[in-house]
Design a protein around this ligand. Sequence first.
Ligand code: NAP
Length: 478
Amino acid sequence: MTTLEFPVAGEWTAGTDTREIRSPFDDSVVAEVPSFTAADVDRAVAVARRALADQPLAAHERAAILDRAAVLLSERADGIARDLAAEAAKPLGQARLEVQRAVSTLQFCAAEARTFTGDLVPMDAAAAGVDHLGMVLRVPVGVVGAITPFNFPLNLVAHKLGPAIAAGCPVVTKPASQTPVSALNLARVLYDAGLPLAYLSVVPGPGAVIGDALVHNDDVALISFTGSPAVGWDIRAAAPRKRVGLELGNNSPLIVCADGDWRAVAKAVRLAGFSHAGQSCISTQRILVAESIKDEFVAELVAQVASLVVGDPLAEATEVSALITRAETERVAAWVDAAVAGGATVATGGDRTPEGHLRPTVLVDARPDDDVCATEIFGPVVVVRSFTDVRAAVAEANDSRYGLQAAIFTQDIDTAMWAARSLDFGGVLVNEVPTWRADHMPYGGLRDSGNTREGPGWTIREMTEERLVVIKTGVAPR
Ligand code: NAP
């Protein structure tokens, strides 16, 4: 197998050290990639910094690159989805959806590149400001360092590269060690669309080496990080003088009131709780259902979940495949076992396929402080608990160290609006699962879930600096 070349510091290179990427499903080798060093990161940042000074791109050029990239990504969708499915064990249908989402992310970034703007300041609102013109320009913040997770290895890279390009910032990106090929595919699309090579480096390698070098490089103005709270908040602490945007995890609650469309919920959770084997930051995890409809709801949910097809991510019919590592499989299984030992019931699943992968699992009546409720499970497991008072359900949903997205199903507008105000999360969904996301909305969380909002319009503003310009206009002729 030929080692893939990566764009680092303005040139394509296969490095000196190589590493195999193996399928999480069957351990077969899916790619051979270089492993870079901290010195490579520093070279990439230096080249990016020079590009910003010497090769600034006008807004129409940035927008055109992003528009062309969206078209190329769409044309190459099938091959890129296959690479994604192979390296991340994301079922092919879900990988294809991710590619389509990345196309839309790039399109939104192109639109923002054409339209985002600064402000005028009414200087003569102060006596001293008469005869002065004030404006706030938005200028690129500098070199962006992007660190991304394995679970959306294409679209979450697009959510960083797209806004950076739209804002005029060069980027050095470090993809997750398991999924560098998807990031490489996106970079190829951007170069083929006209992005100068110096504007983007993709540097694979271990987080503790490559990620750490980005975080500690003084010429990186902003770190845009998506991943686990433990790593994210350590980065925030290690870089107090940088802008650090954190998009982290959740243990998403979904409240189903007695008047809510619980059949629709059961159907939606089939994917909302189990897409990519639950490895989504907003995977539905804690389902709080009104006691009066609990039994019917659980029966319907079990029928839905038990019909999920588990298998090879590259097989068309597969809906759930392997977790990213065997160690993660063991962790999730241990959490399920602990919940069962504490009194929870397994309504379906709880066992493994002949290849050793977890089957989609519904647990009923785990305790709130069991790991399966209290901590992000990031596996193919949902937990059902019941309530008799919706206020108690909202309190239970809020009793979490995470705060990304929450949802409620009800037909009562007063309950819906009260819950929207009372659920202490970055996003509240009404009559939609907490796993729902469109790529142009402001997406992000509170508490352990992060400190920012991602979505092209919001990210571009974070990736620009406000520069006040005041012009003394002089006195008008008399
Ligand atoms: P992770 O282990 O935190 O890794 C994320 C990235 O950080 C990877 O590229 C990783 O590199 C790198 N990294 C690890 N240690 C580092 C260090 N010391 N310094 C700098 N970078 C370092 O997360 P993951 O397992 O890939 O992803 C799962 C998590 O991401 C979940 O918690 C999920 O909820 C969260 N997530 C959040 C969102 C959101 O938008 N809010 C979206 C998707 C995922 P290596 O791969 O080399 O370790």
